[in-house]
Ligand binder design. Structure first.
Ligand code: MSP
Length: 643
């Protein structure tokens, strides 16, 4: 348990050369889940995230976009903040390295290091990888290599020769090794620690911490020719974000620092596990308690990258699948200690099987049965039947294992264990046949519902850091409220099933991805899309599609779906049609009534959520992922065919 009943968690800060992708979401989501988990223990939380805005990589990207670097980075901030808001990322502070308070704090940090005598001026000549913002050390180069490739990203490096300030990293080799030996849990998962140890054991060279050939950065204290090397600037955000170097904020800093967990991807482990720790040692500041290192999300076994055109946009993903299902999928199916492959098929399978069938149906069946029998208040039993006692014991076994997995940050294992229990609850419910007991043995009927409610209560609380919104709905339907100031996990472990539940029937929690709403090609493969676009169709193919202008006369929500709207379309001389579209998250029905749209009217009618759709409405997604209705620029008679 961290001291002071506080929990300070950080994410890496993201380079702002593009909007966030699934990998950025993954790092941030891990920190959010941890923060929410510790909140369940009644701890005070500080969750820091933000953006890394200086350096050569950003400056080059801005130049390519013909923009001033500050205007360039500013243009991406809303995309980050919107994405985090959409994905329920409950951060305490969003730091930008262009914030004046950070600039002041970072300079203060370097001044501090200068004062300890760990910095000296010399010249550097070697190779630099701009995408990784990293100096390539001679031991990372092949012998006699003419132009080395970056060992991390394998891209070509560029030659740099400039005057620079060096940090005496070599002086910290033994101290670092001793620190790792004394703190074997410092890096999680443990396998990653060996990587760091062997890097340090192979010998540390002093590290360049300033640049003169790059101008976009924080001025080096008292030497305007130099700017801070972007990594020392960026790493110091973890302390400046809680007040370091800003007078008046010392108390805040002393309360929160050191961080309890710093989340990062495996590609930046050396910067954090070696350089950052050595800087802090030099400055005499406390060291972070733990680093949680995650693997990479890959798409079709390949790293996501702009050049490969396989970047997944989380904002697009959530419009089809919803936020919590994506959160669940990432935490369950991308194991933190390995690289994991993302695919739409496995996401859909997870939603259909785990969420809709296993969990959603269990809750639904129980609520429907209770309602059918006018049971809205479910009391706990005084004497439990053996099958309920067994279930309660299983609940405790599950809890004990889940708490251990969560403490080890093995989220995928915790979730797999919770699902094993969900299966057990399903079996219990099914085998006890409460629908029969309702007629024959009302007392036992109530007991079966109560045991199911107790199990669902535990499940709902444990899953709330992963799926905050859906689990709030689940708990609400059981009449459960959580006291934020108490250690609810401790209460759960007591496992005394003594609660009364007041049931409230709610809309189904999860929906199976509807065939017609499944993503054809999410933004996964822009390249692939390009190729597809080059597969031409003939004019005969085109005229087969009857595209017609129509006016939306009526529009209403479809109860069984949280995505669909049902519309009556006036198609002039072509009559009227009922058309369904999955645009409920973008439009309220009233907004659409009276508007003209474009419709395919010779598409084979098909059923969606039990209702027939007699055509298809044309839509497009804007840059934020919001659906936009396609309409003629001027009013056109209904029934006009597009040509
Ligand atoms: N700006 C530095 C971090 C400075 S922290 C003081 C940086 N930024 S980044 O935008 O390139 O990466 C930020 C985080 O996103 C890293 O933890 C990285 O591992 C993570 N991811 C980027 N792409 C990823 C995947 N495809 N999969 C999982 N996470 C990956 O490095």
């Amino acid at each position: 348990m961290p001291s002071k009943n506080k929990f300070y968690v950080t994410t890496p800060i993201y380079y702002v050369t593009a909007k966030p992708h699934l990998g950025s979401l993954y790092s941030t989501l891990i920190a959010d889940v941890l923060a929410r988990w510790h909140k369940l223990k009644g701890e005070k939380i500080f969750f820091l995230t933000g953006t890394d805005e200086h350096g050569q990589k950003v400056a080059q990207a801005a130049q390519q976009a013909s923009k001033d670097p500050k205007a360039f980075v500013d243009s991406f901030i809303p995309a980050y903040q919107d994405a985090w808001k959409t994905y329920e990322i409950d951060y305490t502070k969003f730091i930008r390295t262009t914030d004046p308070a950070h600039i002041m704090g970072a300079q203060h940090f370097v001044r501090h290091l200068l004062a300890t005598g760990d910095i000296y001026k010399d010249s550097y000549s070697g190779w630099y990888c701009t995408p990784c913002e990293t100096f390539i050390t001679p031991k990372e180069m092949e012998k006699d290599e003419v132009q080395p490739l970056c060992i991390s990203c394998t891209r070509t490096t560029t030659k740099v020769a400039e005057e620079t300030y060096f940090f005496k990293l070599s002086a910290y080799q033994d101290k670092l090794l001793k620190f790792y030996a004394d703190n074997p849990n410092f890096i999680m998962p443990k396998e990653r620690l060996h990587e760091i140890i062997s890097f340090v054991e192979s010998g540390l060279k002093d590290l360049s911490i300033s640049r003169t050939t790059v101008k976009w950065g924080i001025p080096f204290p008292d030497d305007a020719e130099h700017i801070l090397y972007v990594w020392i600037d960026a790493l110091s955000n973890y302390i400046t974000g809680v007040g370091y170097g800003n007078s008046g904020d010392e108390e805040n800093f002393n309360f929160w620092w050191p961080a309890d967990v710093q989340v990062l991807g495996k590609d930046i482990i050396r910067f954090h596990g070696v350089y950052w720790i050595a800087f802090l040692m030099a400055a005499g500041l406390p060291l972070p308690k733990q680093m949680l290192v995650h693997g990479w999300i890959k798409v079709n076994e390949q790293k996501m990258s702009k050049s490969l055109g396989n970047v997944v946009d989380p904002m697009v993903l959530q419009t089809t699948y919803g936020v919590d299902p994506v959160r669940y999928y990432l935490m369950r199916y991308i194991p933190i200690n390995q690289d994991g492959d993302f695919s739409i098929e496995s996401l859909e399978r997870a939603i259909e099987k785990d969420l809709a069938n296993d969990l959603g149906n269990l809750l639904n069946r129980m609520l429907i049965l209770a309602e059918k029998n006018n049971m809205y208040t479910i009391r706990h039993s005084v004497v439990w039947e053996q099958s309920a006692i067994n279930l309660r014991d299983e609940c405790l076994n599950m809890l004990t294992e889940v708490l251990n997995h969560m403490e080890d940050c093995m989220f995928h294992m915790a979730l797999a264990r919770i699902w094993k229990f969900i299966h057990q609850v399903n079996v219990y419910f099914h085998e006890n046949e409460p629908w029969k007991l309702a007629q024959t043995n009302p007392k036992l009927f109530e007991q079966v519902l109560s045991a199911t409610c107790h199990s669902l209560r535990t499940i709902g609380i444990l899953l709330s850091p992963i799926m905050p919104e859906k689990m709030a709905a689940l708990l609400m339907s059981l009449g459960v409220s959580i006291d934020q100031h108490k250690n609810i996990l401790q209460e759960l472990v007591q496992n005394d099933w003594h609660h009364t539940f007041v049931l409230l029937k709610t809309a189904a929690l999860f929906h199976k991805p509807e065939t017609e709403k499944k993503m054809e090609q999410p933004e996964i493969a822009e390249k692939q899309k390009e190729q597809e676009q080059q597969t031409y169709i003939t004019i005969e193919d085109l005229i087969k599609v009857e595209l017609v202008v129509g006016t939306i006369e009526q529009c209403e929500r479809v109860e069984q779906s949280d995505k669909l709207l049902k519309m009556q379309i006036d198609l002039g001389d072509k009559g009227k049609r009922q058309i369904l579209a999955g645009i409920r998250q973008s439009y309220a029905p009233e907004e659409l009534i009276g508007r003209q749209g474009l419709f395919v009217i010779n598409l084979k009618p098909r059923k969606m959520a039990g209702l027939e759709s007699q055509g298809m409405m044309l839509i497009a997604k804007d840059a934020t992922g919001k659906t936009q209705l396609m309409s003629p620029a001027q009013l056109v008679p209904n029934g006009t065919r597009l040509q």
